[in-house]
Design a protein around this ligand. Structure first.
Ligand SMILES: Nc1ncnc2c1ncn2[C@@H]1O[C@H](COP(=O)(O)OP(=O)(O)O)[C@@H](O)[C@H]1O
Ligand SMILES: [Mg+2]
Length: 465
């Protein structure tokens, strides 16, 4: 019995042992499995984390891309707007220029005949008053046409060295400004002019008109108490500036006219420079819609730029950029007495495709004491040159249908390389005038011309060696 128990005991001890070992194994197995599971879970967590980071990165990249895209679209839209604006103004310029050209010729003939008539009517004759009225109406018409021509870029301007500060100071001394100030006692006009402002190469008359129009508009925009501030400064642009238009890099004399007036509604901003666009009552003195048209044309002719900021109810600010020059202003011109530009029987060849213009030139030059021969085309002029030797040619630049003034002058120079010429044109491709002058032609005279102007130009050219 004891043996049995002992054996049984031994058996159960062994049993126990093996059970323990089995448990151990199971536990070890479980632990390993758990450890593996843990490892796997960690790996999954890591993967998940990595994926999350990647997702986050992709999200940022996508957002950046979207932002870039937005910015690009914005820029492209802005550029397109600028381009559209420039193209529209150019098309309007062409249209205005064409109309102005035709009217200019008609009015030119009208005013010159009237001038001739005026000289023939004795003092005290009641007809004289009528003629004077015609003449002053012609002058007003010519002013409007001239404004349109500036806008269309068809006026060759007389350039000199100009300082905008002086233009502003001089404007403040004019009766126009005095009147403006008297009529608007509640408006403060302030000048903040940089004493170091650099000079620009420009047409004084046009710059004066530009300054005047901006200041008049500014004052007209203010009702009641307000301010108009005129500022000048030098500004250097290292990179192009995206603004109302794209302003290229460069050194500029900058003129700003700001006001605290009514501002310009967003919808109007694209139209204000168009010829005849006005919100002011027609019939009033200022309300032709040509003020800003002049500003635009002048700035364009001076290779400058216009910037514009405006907020309805708060005011507007027009900023003009003009490329600077290192040159210094020249001395003032003095007026030349009439005796100095009378002719002495020299032979002048007039080349013009318009009969009235030939007629007018013929009369004027004969009055001044010249001999005149007139032809209606470049081809005829070249033929005439083969058998005659005029002292000077009065050459129209744009002629139809045949060769133009520039080509005529080229062919004439082949016959007589020293042939003197003066260029006359109402509507001229500036480049062609310049090219003819490079070939040796003298000054350029704008149609319609006055006797004095053409007289002086001819005298100067005949004296030139
Ligand atoms: N400083 C300004 N503030 C508000 N509106 C302006 C300003 N300048 C111009 N404008 C607007 O632009 C239009 C065109 O101006 P402009 O060409 O000078 O013609 P006009 O003065 O004869 O109307 C004006 O009628 C006006 O509506
Ligand atoms: Mg105006």
């Amino acid at each position: 019995m004891i043996k049995k128990i002992l054996t049984a005991d031994k058996n159960s001890e062994e049993n126990m042992q093996s059970k323990m070992e089995l448990m151990d194994e199971i536990i070890r197995g479980r632990t390993i499995r758990l450890e593996n599971e843990l490892k796997e879970r960690k790996k999954i967590e890591e993967d998940l984390h990595n994926s999350l980071v990647e997702l986050e990165n992709s999200k940022t990249a996508a957002l950046n891309l979207l932002e870039d895209l937005n910015r690009e679209t914005d820029e492209r839209m802005k550029l397109e707007k600028h381009l559209h604006r420039a193209e529209k103004m150019e098309a309007l310029g062409l249209l205005a220029g064409g109309v102005a050209h035709d009217l200019n010729n008609i009015l030119g003939a009208l005013s010159i005949y009237t001038e001739l008539l005026q000289n023939k009517i004795p003092e005290g004759n009641p007809l004289k008053a009528y003629v004077n009225n015609i003449l002053s109406s012609c002058k007003m018409g010519e002013e409007i046409i001239h404004d349109l021509m500036i806008f269309s870029g068809s006026v060759v301007q007389e350039y000199s060295i100009v300082n905008l500060n002086k233009v502003i100071y001089d404007f403040f001394d004019t009766p126009v400004f005095q009147k403006l100030r008297d009529l608007n006692p509640d408006i403060t006009f302030k000048k903040e002019l940089s004493p170091e402002l650099m000079n620009i190469k420009g047409s004084l008359v046009h710059l004066e008109k530009t300054v005047m129009n901006l200041i008049l508009n500014a004052a007209e925009a203010v009702s009641g108490k307000g301010e108009v501030v005129i500022t000048t400064e030098n500004r250097f642009l290292e990179t192009p500036l995206q603004s109302y238009v794209e302003i290229m890099e460069g050194e500029y004399a900058v003129l700003t006219v700001s006001d605290t007036g009514i501002g310009i509604p967003v919808n109007d901003i694209n139209k204000i420079f168009e010829p005849f666009y006005t919100k002011k009552v027609m019939g009033r003195k200022r309300g032709t819609g040509l003020g800003l048209t002049i500003v635009w044309g002048t700035v364009k002719d001076h290779n400058g730029y216009i910037d514009l900021c405006s907020e309805t109810g708060k005011g507007s600010s027009f900023t003009l950029y003009f490329p600077v020059t290192e040159d210094k202003p020249a001395e003032n011109n003095t007026k030349i007495p009439v005796e100095n530009y009378l002719g002495d029987g020299e032979l002048i060849l007039v080349v013009d495709d318009m009969a009235e213009q030939r007629d007018v030139a013929d009369r004027m030059l004969k009055m001044l004491g010249y001999m005149v021969h007139a032809v209606s085309s470049g081809e005829e002029a070249v033929e005439y040159l083969k058998t005659h030797k005029p002292d000077l040619i009065l050459l129209d630049m744009i002629m139809e249908p045949g060769i133009d003034g520039l080509e005529t002058y080229r062919r004439i120079l082949e016959i007589n390389p020293k042939q003197k010429a003066i260029i006359v044109s109402g509507f001229s491709a500036t480049d062609n005038v310049k090219k003819a002058q490079d070939l040796g032609a003298g000054s350029y005279i704008k149609k319609p011309y006055l006797i004095e102007k053409i007289g002086i130009a001819i005298r100067d050219e005949l004296k030139r060696t």
